[in-house]
Design a protein around this ligand. Sequence first.
Ligand SMILES: [Zn+2]
Length: 79
Amino acid sequence: MTGLVVAGALYVDLGDGREIAKGDRAGQIQWRRLPRARYECLRCQTTETPNGHGPGDIARFVAAIRTSHTCRIRQPQAA
Ligand SMILES: [Zn+2]
């Protein structure tokens, strides 16, 4: 695999949560430690973090950051 370049590192901490079994909040997740994520671009040395701290914010960030990151370093031109 020639030409393969590692462009960034995505760190994800899934947190510590348990589903509530009974009561008014049954089915919801009770978090002891919220999930976290960050993306480090190895080209422009930028670190990006999610806009919010909720589990949905983290999930959207992880799903989109590799394509939504606007790199400050120009992409190398294909030969
Ligand atoms: Zn970048």
